[in-house]
Design a protein around this ligand. Sequence first.
Ligand code: SF4
Ligand code: SF4
Length: 100
Amino acid sequence: MAVRITDECIDCSACEVECPNDAIYSAGEPWELDGEEHAAISDEHTYIAPDRCTECVGFHDEPQCIPVCPSEAIEKDPDHEETQEELQAKKAKLDEILGR
Ligand code: SF4
Ligand code: SF4
């Protein structure tokens, strides 16, 4: 499943640089994929675009954003449950779209 950021976030940006999929956006910033812009998922705090989050599958064994968060504000997102296979397929689709 994708991970999400809770209200505990203090907008320190530490997680943003860790994400191999550029899935983490600042509050109010539109997220983008395949040339399409989408409305911000949160205007209150830094957020994760689930369509870009593979839980780091394809890059690392564990999500990289969770351990760097000083507020323990990042958790598994029960609204976006995905199997390992689905996450691998998402990573492959992102590879294609992002040309990597
Ligand atoms: S789990 Fe990985 S892919 Fe998902 S937001 Fe965190 S760093 Fe990015
Ligand atoms: S590392 Fe944690 S507190 Fe900092 S921006 Fe990310 S979610 Fe928010």
